[in-house]
Design a protein around this ligand. Structure first.
Ligand code: SAH
Ligand code: SF4
Ligand code: F3S
Length: 470
């Protein structure tokens, strides 16, 4: 596909704004825009997508509510990464049958990664007849048109056909924080890790133009945002599809030139494409946080090959060494899957030994969940759920011990944090992040939100640090 087929023309985006205006007029004629409830599952990319959906809803005149029973319009932005993510959505859809019976005018929209799967669309078509609109992530930019059709033609709409995916610039956005913001730099994934559904539901890798990304970051910095996370399934393959290719490290260097007091984070980095140029660039750029999320998935080279990850245990460890030699204070996190089909106990314990060797600051750990349509779902999987759970618990024990030790080493130190919100805990009412992204609960008042503070760390546990403003 060449770029002209990928980037949505400005005229088509303008047409969507026309539909937004028409909807706002239609709602006005019908006695007021419905209250909208937007529920988001899944990763930060989905959170960022929901902020766009909310931008469009706001422009249609919809107020937002946190209570689905009060809503006239419900948007469920779904995730397909593991079976339990899907089950939660089916559970919610089941509960909404009652809401629709009470309010026949209620509009229910199902979107996101789950909605892009044909099997899900079929199931919704047949068994969840109270869902009015189903659309995949690739159709997000056409939400105003799809919703307009639902509202005026009084029929159910399904829009899941497009598989490659596009780039839509200029969508409105509602950002829920005044401190932290997400910026997608690319969409889709080409890696086809054998267990993963993402490439099937998010389409092919496509990069936004550097100029559009720089303009968005500049605007956020001007508005006072201080913690900006660049998003992509594999940010290290950024730019390969641009007409004038530019790699991710160069993009970071360009962003770093934007003046201001802010930090840039990014996720996710695929280890196969992470290298010295990236680590040196991170080390050099003052605005780039000393934080790297480098998902290893497994510590055993045979399993890594079966996963189609493109690196061995040794190659991964070498990258970690290189990253730490460029940035000795680097905060390193990872994702791990236990119980990949055919994984033995010894292989799972190789993952535990890798975790002990690397000593991550934190981990996101998962038990393998078969995703229909992926190669791994067709592989023999003899280990029982109970066995996998035992391996998983050993991994957690190892990581909890390491996180606890690393966190204890902060106690007594003074660190600079960005206060980013309220914690909901009366004893430590504020939440904040270190440069490396570690969570610090603080005593202090809400006027500190959005500011940097020097904090004395007084206590810690496995998951967080606790401190006092100096
Ligand atoms: N693009 C990112 C990952 C996105 S999905 C990357 O490559 O690192 C987030 C995490 O979910 C993955 O890193 C993996 O650990 C986990 N995951 C993906 N598919 C899974 C599956 N079928 N079962 C269990 N965990 C899975
Ligand atoms: Fe999934 Fe692999 Fe792509 Fe990450 S890189 S989204 S794990 S296929
Ligand atoms: Fe889930 Fe889609 Fe993200 S499957 S993890 S919401 S890309």
């Amino acid at each position: 596909m060449d770029r002209t087929q990928v980037v949505i023309p400005a005229a088509d985006m303008a047409r969507q704004r026309d539909f937004t205006n028409k909807l706002s007029e239609l709602f006005r004629q019908r006695g007021g825009a419905p209250k909208a409830w937007v529920e988001t599952y899944g990763c930060q990319q989905n959170v960022a997508d929901s902020q766009r959906l909310m931008g469009m809803l706001r422009d249609m005149g919809c107020p937002f509510t946190g209570d689905p029973m009060e809503a006239g319009l419900i948007v469920i932005n779904t995730c397909a990464i593991r079976e339990n993510a899907e089950n939660r959505v089916y559970g919610l859809l089941g509960r909404l049958v009652h809401a629709k019976e009470k309010n026949p005018n209620l509009i229910v929209c199902l979107c996101g990664c789950m909605a892009q799967q044909e099997v899900v669309a079929q199931k919704v078509r047949a068994s969840y007849r109270h869902v009015d609109l189903v659309f995949g992530p690739q159709a997000l930019w056409r939400f105003p048109e799809l919703l307009y059709n639902v509202c005026t033609q009084h029929r159910r709409m399904f829009s899941i056909e497009e598989e490659h995916g596009s780039i839509a610039e200029g969508m409105p956005v509602v950002r829920e924080s005044a401190v932290k913001a997400w910026v997608s730099i690319m969409y889709g994934c080409n890696n086809f890790c054998s267990y993963c559904i993402v490439p099937y539901v998010r389409g092919r890798e496509r990069s936004r133009e550097p100029g559009d990304i720089l303009a968005e970051v500049r605007e956020l910095v001007d508005q006072g945002y201080k913690d900006i996370t660049l998003l992509g399934q594999n940010v290290n393959s950024y730019g390969k599809d641009l007409e004038t290719p530019m790699d991710f490290a160069d993009l970071l260097s360009e962003i770093d030139k934007i003046p201001g007091d802010y930090l840039i984070r990014f996720m996710t980095s695929h280890p196969k494409d992470a290298g010295d140029k990236l680590f040196q660039t991170m080390a050099r750029c003052a605005h780039v946080a000393r934080q790297l999320h480098l998902p290893v998935q497994s510590g055993n080279s045979r399993v890594l090959k079966a996963m189609n990850r493109g690196y061995t245990r040794e190659q991964y460890l070498e990258k970690v060494r290189a990253a730490r030699s460029a940035m000795p204070d680097l905060v390193l996190t990872s994702d791990i899957i236990i119980g990949f089909p055919g994984e033995t106990e010894a292989e799972a314990m190789d993952t535990v030994s890798l975790v002990r060797e690397v000593r991550y600051d934190a981990l996101f750990t998962f038990i393998y969940s078969p995703r229909p349509g992926t190669p791994a779902a067709r592989m023999p999987d003899p280990a029982t759920r109970e066995e996998k759970q035992v391996w998983f618990d050993r991994l957690l024990d190892a990581q909890n011990e390491i996180s606890g030790q690393l966190h204890r080493s902060y106690v007594g130190q003074t660190v600079r944090v960005l206060v980013d919100g309220e914690s909901g805990d009366a004893r430590w009412p504020l939440s904040s992040r270190t440069n490396g992204g570690r969570l610090v609960h603080l005593r202090g008042d809400a006027s500190l939100i959005g500011r940097y503070a020097d904090v004395l760390i007084t206590d810690s546990n496995t998951w967080a640090l606790f401190g006092e403003v100096k």
